[in-house]
Design a protein around this ligand. Sequence first.
Ligand SMILES: [Zn+2]
Ligand SMILES: [Zn+2]
Length: 314
Amino acid sequence: MDILLNTADHYAMDSLYKHVPIALEPYFADRDHAVRQCFSLWLISLVGVNILYFLFSTLSYYTLFDHRVMQHPKYLRNQIWREIQLSVTSFPITAAVTVPWFFFEVRGHSKLYYDVDEYGWAYAVWSVLWFLAFTDFGIYWIHRAEHHPMLYGWLHKQHHAWKVSTPFASFAFHPLDGYAQSIPYHLFVYLFPMHVYAYLTAFVIVQMWTISIHDGAYFTQHPAINSSAHHTIHHLEFNYNYGQYTTLWDRIGGSYKRPTAQFEKEMFFDRPSVSNNLKTTANILHEKQFVPLGTNHSDSDGIRGRKGALAECD
Ligand SMILES: [Zn+2]
Ligand SMILES: [Zn+2]
């Protein structure tokens, strides 16, 4: 985080803090003042999470997201707007409670290091794998604990409003829920040495992974990977597939449920209400000659429909 903080100081913060009221100058004139560092870290986190969220969720929405999800009976009215609303209102609070982790990193209390030679290349590669294994374990148990009746209602229920999710649901949590599930990422670098660039890269990649398990693109039903299909089962049925990247801890914890080909059929085509809705929409659009069957459609959210899938239902 000190790399990001120094860069931000150089390009933005020094200029920005020249305009603080005189009473606040003692706290913001010196780059090393704790108040200035904490405020800057909060701003960097807030801007960073918004960029990651909107950039990768939007990319996923237009490239990978299976738009048939939006025809599902459990897809809420204006759901994407509601997902975005919850995300952006949670970010400032999540960023604020995360600041202490970053602040003590900047002050040199973490085990992040800069010189690869310090531990060698083999360790640098191993640390990334260990980071993924450690956070996979941590997130599984934190997520599972959040389903305990003492925590679920006030902490995690908001994320389960989305019975079928979109990429924009990926960060749509109660602010402390998002924070709780990020603790393993931050804790790791206080326990184990990790190269700073490996950490920043891994951090971005795990955010992309979180988006990918909400995009409904069922690339794989591989039993070892916690895919979008697995996480959709979690959103629909609550008590299965709490995992993040792998199904290891679900298997050990007895909460694993494998998606089947039948599951995907039921998600999209075998529910009478779904297939009827799809047929109706397709026929209306076709009869009114708004669009030919098999091309993109618009819905009440103003969002593009799926490509070609409507024609398959006729
Ligand atoms: Zn859950
Ligand atoms: Zn989810």
